[in-house]
Design a protein around this ligand. Sequence first.
Ligand code: PHE
Ligand code: ZN
Length: 881
Amino acid sequence: MRTDTGQVFKLEDYRPTDYLIPETGLTFRLSPEATRVTAVLTVERRDGVAASVPLVLDGDGLTLGRVAIDGQTLAPTDFFATPDQLTITTPPAAARFQLLIETELAPAHNEALMGLYRSSNVYCTQCEAEGFRRITYFLDRPDILSIYTVRIEAPHHEAPLLLSNGNPVGSGELADGWHYAVWHDPFPKPSYLFALVAGALGKVADSFVTLSGREVELGIFVEPGKERLAGYAMDALKRSMKWDEEAFGREYDLGVFNIVAVSDFNMGAMENKGLNIFNDKYVLADHETATDADFANIEAIIAHEYFHNWTGNRITCRDWFQLCLKEGLTVFRDHEFSADQRSRAVKRIAEVRTLKAHQFPEDQGPLAHPVRPRRYREINNFYTATVYEKGSEVVRMIRTILGAETFRAGMDLYFERHDGEAATIEDFIKVFEDVSGRDLSQFSLWYHQAGTPNLTISSTHNAAAQEFTLEIEQSVPPTPSESRKRLMHIPLAFSLVGADGKAIEYSGVEGASVEDGVIHIRKRRHMVRFSGVAERPAMSLNRGFSAPVTLSVEQRADDQFFLAGHDNDTFSRWQAFNTLLTEVLISAFRQVLDGRQPGFASRLIELAGKIAGDETLEPAYRALALALPSEADIARDIGKNIDPDAIFSAREALTVAIAEANREIFSDLYDRLTDKDEFRPDAASAGRRALRNTLLDYLSLLQGGAALAARHFQSATNMTDRAAALSVLALRHNGSPETVKALADFEAKYATDPLVMDKWFQIQASVPGPQTIHAVRALTGHPAFSMANPNRVRSLVGTFSSANQTGFHRADGEGYRFFVETVLQVEKRNPQLAARLATALRSWRSLEPARQGKAREALLSIANTENLSADLRDIVERTLA
Ligand code: PHE
Ligand code: ZN
């Protein structure tokens, strides 16, 4: 475990290396306890660097065997080695030499899941960000691009399959039942994209013919026997390849593209060149075991990793500060892909919900950092919603500002200009400035400045003068280590909506530049005056969520209702309805705190019924609209002095009120939506299931609700419906005989399917209320649970601590004590996973004082633990700062 050294890495300290490694040869002699790695590196001294400059290579916990230069084994005085560094003190005078390094690894004992490790008897690797240095000493940084040739040797019966990056170039038998394979990747790549897989795996094979007519062999490798679960992933892969050709003109570049699914993985998946490695959760699916959400995630993540081939691999990052260069851009690309494959409006609503649920709290709490950070202690902790999701929103804003065509021209120029390079955000911005002739310097603050900007907006209509005026003020709240903020360029899409739901035409505008329905806010204050506006419009603002900002708008409730029912843009309609719901929930929360029974305006309750039954709207949209803001959403909008129990009561009261008032509409619709056709995972079918399951949630709160949910569970013919019913039973009818039976049936049926058991853990960890901690503690001892497997840990512990407001934030602090114990326990094996779990307390300062005190104690007790990993110390100290 890499313990904290207190070292801080700074963007301004970037300096190119003195040496390059144009070629890398690796030989692996695989064995669980003692794998021998022989690295043969072609090292080149850069022009102008003196021969006396030592060569310093990164390592992490390595055991060194032999070191040789140009065939000569080095004497101990010629180098200096620790587990974390190898220094060649006096390199040869020649500008180019060959360095051989032997290291020995024990993949079977690698539980951090970085470097070379074992997952269910399969050898696999994870090198991003700094895992390659756990395999051999190297210049382990993304601006060192090298051409790799990899030879893998293993016993045939243990590892019939030997994979690495690039194209297979040789294979054969060796003595004693061993065999070997050689792979060559012609594209220079950074070490973080290196991968190796060896083991006994089943293969699903297919092929794809590219734009220019080249045939690519596709393979998806899974645990033997699970091949039929990879069909959807393969289909998604082929659609991704086609889409990237059509939407971005990007063609695949190797003869093979392989994907391997493993069951122990810290993240979702990894884009290693030509050999993507996936968390099996994002590959394996059929209707019996996967939900519609799982199918959608698989499609998105397969696409995401594939798209990295151009945005990340062909053009990579100069250093880890540039992480958003590949991640934000690639998320933007996968969002667009999913929008094209499914429903654009529904996809956008889901994206915005995710952004607000994950990125907003990060940006508004102690872990806030710019999309492109300037410093870090542990890079693993920067794979965040800010880098990924906000990073994607920034790319989207560039397209909004430039228009789709110019944006595409900029992307084309980016690929042309930087292919084969390790680039920066400045390079990225420059291509768009060059194709558009615009100055994007103020805009680029989106990359450099943390925090969610706020826009305060009010309006006046002067009927006599036919003038409508928007008064807009921007502010960016202070964030850690950035107390003073500069003014941002915020593209605010808007519409002035008339009584017929359509946009009102205006004859002129002054006070800000307004183009194609977008107000460009660049100053602190704008008075934007529209002339020729006879009728007072309703303001529809931040349409399509054109900018990731919060709004404080003075808007009449009537207007908000009108937009929620009539805005001609589906996304905006959702946004208006969601704003209404949030306002109502916040006032209900205050009523609960005052000891009153919350009351709700009937027109809001009726509007919910109207939306449910509106056949002109897609079912998936109706399901999203009816899903009330989550407890965490409400807490975020309240901002401080959070009492999770009061939020829960307020939300529950609104749910019951909506259900009671709309019982007939909901139950008719629920019956009509019963699906008699064979299961299909497409968006339209999934949307109908989503709506029906949302209705079930409401109806389950009425009389006979538990029985209804139990029937839904029993008659389910797919996992979406079964898991939805189980969740309704557990969350709404905890402890009822129906729930007890359903949980037991589910467990009996899926006991041997870990990915399905994850849903069972997750549902039980989500049950609201103070008693859930006991269930969660007990489940850590369940035979299907394991503290060593990230998926299990996230399903049970992660869900409890980051998605169960009333359970985790139990008033007596018991949830926090459990949190401390498990985080420290997980950390011993897997520091990266522990650090991620620890972010569950990032919003502790917005809790009411008593809980706040207990949360702080919990964080302090972790901080006061000796020998913490760099990962965990970094998170805990920033959270407390
Ligand atoms: N680069 C991966 C992705 O987003 C994420 C990842 C990061 C995976 C670090 C593993 C380790 O596509
Ligand atoms: Zn990515």
